[in-house]
Design a protein around this ligand. Structure first.
Ligand SMILES: Cc1cc2nc3c(=O)[nH]c(=O)nc-3n(C[C@H](O)[C@H](O)[C@H](O)COP(=O)(O)OP(=O)(O)OC[C@H]3O[C@@H](n4cnc5c(N)ncnc54)[C@H](O)[C@@H]3O)c2cc1C
Ligand SMILES: NC(=O)c1ccc[n+]([C@@H]2O[C@H](COP(=O)([O-])OP(=O)(O)OC[C@H]3O[C@@H](n4cnc5c(N)ncnc54)[C@H](O)[C@@H]3O)[C@@H](O)[C@H]2O)c1
Length: 467
């Protein structure tokens, strides 16, 4: 029987374990924090639960427009302890669900910290395990090892988090109350999501963005649309501003920018990216190649350069999403256990930024098209003309579609809208299944619906014979 040892129990690790158990392997997952990993316990799941509370507050905005009288947003109060309690409860419950699922599938789940042992020059790898809460280190033999150790918030040496005023995104749920004035350092996806959620909850937010717009890696039209919404709702956004240092003051924090300006607030959230958890695993000693930044180098079936040692998820830096981590983990096990497997394809991975409004993307990007790397026709359709959007008083979103110039094959799209995460699916299906704009356009959608704008955009891209 194949013996699989998986280091790390996040989406990469636990989804891999489920596949390997299904294929009758003897599977052990060693996890330092808890089933579900950082994704479930401190990153993705908690942040989305927190955002869910912020959306409840948003529901009280602009009720007059709908003919509903209320005391307005000012009368809404957010009980931070209750919100944080819910965040932690849901995370632990999700972790327990995953733990139960693994155990039910026959996986041995070990609470501990693991690393590779000495290279034994054979077909068996040795994984050394230090149990959580003490106990002797012991070793497990494995025919296949999967490194799925995730990543950790990057720290700036001049802005060291103290868990009270200077925070990582993992520490915000321990605050006894909401910040009065939160300075978010870093306007990537993480910074933008938290800035959006705190703003919705009535917190004064300043976003320190090192680039000329927020979310520099996202579609420019979408990022700028969201930046406009942020500003209109009162967020202060400092573009082209790098934080050099963050310091505690008597009653808060001050953030020193590289141009010498100093911004004062009550709290600072440092969201300047992550670093892979690959130190201390014995990888280099074992001959596993690491790329720049300490990421484990893998191919599209999750192999490292060392036979029998695979890696998946954020520790590989391929595309730090839970969905991708999970697929990399499954692919590793299918490959290791001799199943037919399709190498990882990033082209059809949909991603969503959970700001208000949300920003979902799939397929080719505007930058690739603009740079001439991918020939494409495109259309951008504002939601303001959509009947359902008018009813819901949605003015800010849009749908963008990209297709191949001659065939009309759909190759990408962007949606900015509430619940864009749900609306992107038809475009993802079209990209995945090589559908054309004609096929999308001929699909009958619900009337009135926001998804009607997707087929409407497709109709605008249909080529007419006279053109
Ligand atoms: C704030 C935030 C929000 C996010 N939101 C989303 C989202 O909405 N959607 C989405 O798709 N992605 C989201 N992501 C990204 C997503 O969380 C990651 O891509 C995902 O967690 C990666 O999974 P993983 O299995 O690689 O690692 P992780 O989830 O990080 O799990 C790795 C686990 O390995 C453990 N570990 C590390 N070293 C060892 C060791 N030596 N021994 C034993 N255990 C070890 C760690 O303790 C950790 O629990 C978000 C990320 C952040 C930071
Ligand atoms: N909804 C989701 O799916 C979701 C949510 C959060 C994160 N993620 C994943 O995590 C990845 C990483 O996102 P992230 O936002 O954590 O990191 P990131 O690296 O994408 O963004 C960090 C930003 O901070 C900026 N920065 C760095 N140093 C700075 C300084 N001193 N002052 C001001 N700005 C500074 C960087 O220029 C960068 O724009 C995303 O690409 C995504 O794949 C996904």
């Amino acid at each position: 029987m194949s013996q699989i040892v998986i280091i790390g129990g996040g989406p990469a690790g636990y989804e891999a374990a489920l596949v390997a158990a299904q294929l009758d392997a003897d599977v052990t997952v060693v996890e330092a924090e808890g089933a579900g990993g950082a994704c479930v316990l401190s990153d993705c799941v908690p942040s989305k639960t927190f955002i869910a509370s912020s959306q409840v507050v948003t529901g009280y905005r602009d009720t007059e427009e709908f003919g509903v009288h209320s005391d307005g947003l000012e009368a809404v109060t957010v009980d931070a302890r209750a919100v944080h309690g819910r965040v932690k409860r849901l995370a632990l419950a999700q972790s327990a669900d995953i733990h139960d699922k693994l155990v039910k599938a026959g996986v041995s789940f070990v609470a501990g910290s693991a690393r590779l042992g000495e290279d034994t020059l054979g077909h068996t790898h040795r994984v050394l395990v230090t149990p959580t809460g003490g106990g002797e280190e012991y070793s497990i033999a494995a025919s296949t090892v999967l490194i799925a150790t995730g990543a950790t918030p990057r720290q700036l040496p001049t802005a060291v988090p103290d868990g009270e005023r200077i925070l990582t995104w993992r520490q915000v749920y321990d605050l006894p109350e909401l910040p009065e004035h939160l300075i978010v350092v870093g306007s990537g996806v993480t910074g933008a999501e938290f800035a959006s959620a705190y703003l919705a909850m009535g917190v004064q937010v300043t976003l320190v963005s090192s680039r000329d717009r927020v979310m520099p890696h996202e579609d420019a039209d979408a990022a700028m649309a969201i930046e406009r919404v942020f500003r209109n709702r009162g967020m202060s956004i400092l573009n082209n501003s790098r934080a050099d240092a963050v310091r505690r003051t008597d009653d808060g924090v001050e953030v020193e920018l590289s141009d010498g300006r100093v911004v004062a607030g009550s709290h600072a959230l440092i969201a300047v990216g992550s670093i892979p958890n690959t130190a201390g695993l014995g990888l280099s000693e074992y001959g596993v190649e690491l790329a720049r930044g300490g990421y484990v180098q893998v191919d599209r079936v999750s192999r490292t350069n060392v036979p029998g040692v695979y890696a998946a998820g954020d520790c590989t830096g391929v595309l730090p999403l839970a969905s991708v981590a999970a697929m990399q983990g499954r692919i590793a096990m299918w490959h290791a256990l001799g199943e037919a497997v399709r190498p990882l394809r990033l082209r059809t991975v949909a991603a969503n930024v959970f700001t208000d409004p949300e920003l979902a993307t799939v397929g080719v990007s505007h930058d690739e098209v603009a740079a001439g790397k991918v020939p494409a026709r495109q259309v951008m359709l504002p939601l303001s003309g959509n009947a359902r959007a008018k009813m819901d008083d949605l003015a800010d979103g849009f749908v963008k579609l990209f297709c191949r110039p001659a065939s009309g094959q759909v190759i990408g799209g962007v949606v900015v809208a509430p619940k864009a995460s749900e609306l992107i699916l038809p475009i993802t299906m079209a990209v995945e299944n090589n559908l054309t704009v004609n096929e999308l356009a001929q699909t009958i959608t619900i009337y009135p619906s926001l998804s009607g704008s997707i087929t409407e955009a497709a109709r605008q891209l249909m080529l007419h014979e006279l053109e």
